[in-house]
Write a protein that binds this ligand. Structure first.
Ligand SMILES: Cc1ncc(COP(=O)(O)O)c(C=O)c1O
Length: 393
């Protein structure tokens, strides 16, 4: 795709396209682990970086490269490395950068496995993690110092949908030369553009909306050339959590319809949030939209829609939450999100179980909290399913 000024919809479908001599319409899947060279001289030149071309699919693969180039263009970043899962992306984005004695400052409202990396795994290598309340800029200001090499947060966060002021945190981080890494999974490449807000590195679990049809695991890290060349590329090549060519192809097909899906699912989510807000058995609805979120002004300044996920707190605890989930006839019980199928989960016993009771208390995840990832089904059918089940508990 030659014209870099193409709009988002066009890039989602065509960026990175690199047709073979057969002029195929759809991107081909190069299921190959390695590549052959014309001569040992050429092999040597490739390894020295003097000859462009593929070496080994752990380093790079033509199908994976189309996905990486497309995502980099969509995000307006310079480079992208695709990973085997979203967690591989999160871990690599931090680990390639950090050394013993460094410090990471992160928001407390995090996906469970990210919380584990920050609080259990990194400290084993002499890296200190300081957690702050993501919405409190004074806490970010007090925690970030010259030893802070990385700042990490999700916004909206999982599952409390807390919104962090991206530009403001980036400004604080820049004063100390810290790299800002954002997990943009909930906002998706459609609803929020973190690099334009000052973020240095964007990570995705492409398992979520990018595939969005429950088929394949994957992840991606988008950055500038410097971070990619100096830190990320060597780390990924040697540690090996690369994306498979088949999964890259699935993700490419997902990108083609991403905008349509995310916008429609967000519209469904907004309608459901407005319905739940009026229900007497629902104590609180958290959804990044005017009627259902305290930080609406900030949301409006950095997101174009509220996203596909909403969280509710019911008038009850685990027993009532389980009763609600067990009564659903249409919405599936699953910890995944961003899917065309609506998926519901009880974070305290699933995605955020590993935080422990205290960790969940600090992260604001009570036993009466339920997270709903809204799909593409007819919204009235979804509301009927919820109504029936809420009335039962
Ligand atoms: C916000 C967020 N980040 C990262 C991940 C990890 O992604 P994956 O399951 O692809 O490793 C998840 C998964 O649920 C998530 O919700």
């Amino acid at each position: 795709m030659k014209n870099k000024n193409y709009k988002l919809e066009t890039k989602l479908i065509r960026a990175g396209l690199n047709r073979t001599q057969f002029n195929e319409t759809s991107e081909p899947i190069f299921m190959t682990s390695s590549y052959v060279y014309d001569s040992p001289e050429q092999a040597e030149a490739r390894f020295k970086g003097e000859d462009e071309g593929f070496i080994y699919s752990r380093y790079g693969n033509p199908t994976v490269k189309v996905f990486e180039d497309r995502l980099a263009e969509i995000e307006k970043g310079e480079k992208c490395f695709a990973t085997s899962t979203g967690m591989a992306a999160v871990f690599a984005s931090l680990m390639c950068l950090l050394e013993q004695g460094d410090k990471v400052v992160a928001s407390r409202a995090l996906f469970g496995s990210i919380y584990q990396i920050l609080t259990n795994i990194l400290p084993k290598y002499g890296i200190e993690t300081v957690l702050v309340s993501g919405t409190n800029l004074d806490e970010w200001e007090a925690a970030i110092d010259d030893r802070t090499k990385a700042v990490f947060f999700e916004t909206p966060s999982n599952p409390t949908l807390e919104i962090i002021d991206v530009s403001a945190v980036c400004k604080i981080a820049k004063k100390h030369g810290s790299k800002v890494i954002i997990d943009n999974v909930f906002a998706t490449p459609i609803l929020q553009h973190p690099l334009e807000l000052g973020v240095d590195i964007v990570v995705y679990s492409s398992t979520k909306h990018i595939d969005g049809q429950g088929r394949a695991l994957g992840g991606a890290i988008i950055s500038d050339n410097e971070y990619y060349d100096k830190f990320l590329k060597p780390f990924m090549r040697h540690t090996g959590a690369s994306m498979s060519p088949f999964n890259a192809w699935v993700m490419l097909k997902g990108l083609e319809t991403l905008k349509l899906r995310v916008e429609h699912q967000s519209d469904n989510a907004l309608q459901i949030a407005n319905y739940l807000k009026k229900h007497p058995k629902i104590t609180k609805v958290i959804y990044p939209a005017e009627q259902t979120h305290e930080q609406y002004e900030l949301i409006n300044s950095q997101m174009s829609k509220g996203g596909t996920v909403l969280t509710m707190i019911i008038d009850g605890g685990k027993k009532e939450a389980f009763k609600l989930l067990n009564s659903l006839k249409l919405i599936d019980i699953s910890n995944n999100l961003g899917d065309t199928k609506s998926l519901i989960t009880h974070p305290a016993t699933t995605t955020h179980y590993s935080l422990g009771e205290l960790g969940r208390k600090e992260a604001g995840i009570p036993d009466g909290m339920i997270r709903l990832s809204v799909g593409l089904e007819n919204v009235d059918d979804l509301i009927d399913d919820l109504e029936y089940s809420i009335n039962i508990f």
